[in-house]
Design a protein around this ligand. Structure first.
Ligand code: PEP
Ligand code: MG
Length: 314
């Protein structure tokens, strides 16, 4: 089966009844973009741009950033790339960016909260992304957004940069990582072009379990019915406004979760490059009707363990 999956890695992933799911790759640096394409990724669903900032001892300038992002666009040869703006702060410090000491860094100044404090850094990154993309398809999303106000603040900076570099229209999205955003998805979907669900952080904030906690890792399961409910709400709200939804957290490559996510209506899965052939093969083995039944079954369970047990039994 693995060999068959690998052999078909460059073909689209459609369920047996013809429903297409896009499968992209998550990248932590641009040097691996060519490898992602080779493994069958249809694009990059999450570029974690932190690497550009963490690899340097001072803020990377425009030319450095353009060169780094440009490498990914070249390797993708016209396939779409979703770039997440800088997601540091809290537990991910940058030596050259003094940050306040916080008692609860995961609940502190991180993600878009941090970049909004330095608009010149935010704008420089947006300028670099748009310049590197040239006319190739780029989509940009903001991390750790909690409501429309943060999205609007980011978009205002984006609009200024876009006008300045005369870039063509770009889809602007938010990551759904904070439960607040899933609850408010109907409002967000009116203004945001797409959602990408970061199940790693969404699980952390929904279950109130530190995602790296050594004693609680067994309980930190993204297949928890509460997380699935938030995904369901997000997808319904997005589709009501004609927006697309991806999943870029690790849940997207969990073999038991793939049918559930398809059944919940997710349009795209972005996973580590090495998982792309398996994820596509798994989608091809399903029908949308089956997937919807599995999603409904999962949503009825009281705990993550019960979800896993119920899905395994089928
Ligand atoms: C997530 O939170 O699920 C996610 C994809 O972002 P990161 O793992 O980089 O925090
Ligand atoms: Mg995250």
């Amino acid at each position: 089966l693995q060999r068959a999956a690998y052999g078909q890695r460059h073909e689209e992933a459609r369920t047996r009844d013809g429903h297409r799911i896009e499968v992209g790759a998550n990248l932590g640096d641009t040097a691996h973009a060519a490898d992602a394409v080779e493994r069958g990724a249809e694009g990059v669903g999450l570029l974690r741009t932190e690497f550009v900032f963490m690899a340097h001892s001072q803020m990377p300038d425009l030319a450095t950033q353009i060169a780094e992002y440009g490498e990914a666009f070249d390797a993708l040869a016209g396939r779409p790339l979703v770039a997440r703006t800088l997601d540091v702060g809290g537990d991910k410090p940058l030596a050259y960016w003094p940050m306040p000491k916080e008692d609860n860094p995961f609940l502190g100044v991180r993600g878009i909260r941090l970049t909004l404090t330095r608009p010149e850094v935010f704008e420089l990154q947006l300028r670099a992304l748009l310049t590197a993309a040239k006319s190739r398809p780029v989509r940009i999303m903001f991390p750790m957004v909690k409501d429309i106000e943060e999205f609007r603040a980011g978009k205002a900076l984006f609009d200024r940069v876009q006008a300045e570099v005369k870039a063509p229209d770009v889809q602007l999205g938010v990551m759904i990582e904070v439960p607040s955003c899933a609850l408010l998805a109907p409002t967000l979907a009116k203004e945001v072009d797409f959602f990408s669900i970061g199940t790693n952080d969404l699980t952390q904030y929904t279950l109130a379990i530190d995602r790296g906690h050594p004693m609680l890792s067994a309980q930190s399961d993204a297949l928890h019915p509460s997380v699935l409910q938030l995904i369901r709400m997000t997808v319904e709200a997005a589709h009501a406004e004609g927006r697309w939804v991806g999943v870029c957290g690790e849940l997207g490559s969990d073999p038991l979760a793939i049918p559930v996510l398809v059944g919940l209506g997710v349009d795209e899965l972005s996973v580590s490059s090495r998982s792309v052939p398996m994820v596509k093969a798994r989608i091809r083995g399903l029908t949308l009707t089956q997937a919807r039944e599995l999603a409904a079954l999962a949503l009825r369970q009281p705990t993550a363990a019960a979800v896993r047990e119920a899905l395994e039994a089928v």
